[in-house]
Design a protein. Sequence first.
Length: 123
Amino acid sequence: APLGDVSFTTCTTCFYDIFLSRVAASSVCVEILQPPFAISRENDPSVTLTCEQDDDQHYYMYWYRRRSSGGLQLVALSHGKDTWDVEPPFNKSRFNAETGSLRVKKVKPEDSGVYFCSVSETQ
């Protein structure tokens, strides 16, 4: 369920290319919209998380999970518009990524964590 009256969390991600041979930098910023969700599942066996971005040139999307006890763990990544991989130890039969969303089937307590998405023009 969404938290409070907040419909979207906005995160602007900037990528910087720094050229060592000269003092110059270029940046590309992409706005990422990820609705805030607090999910508690006992009877509903699945959940879908969504992520939107404002630049059609950023085909590569990444989903990460952060548990309270550690750093970010890569869950899934795209290799283009319609090609996705789910990373071990996550199971493809339960974790399914498609354009702008991550679906977790048969949610278990060990799936707990904060999930993040990010996008990139290149891998």
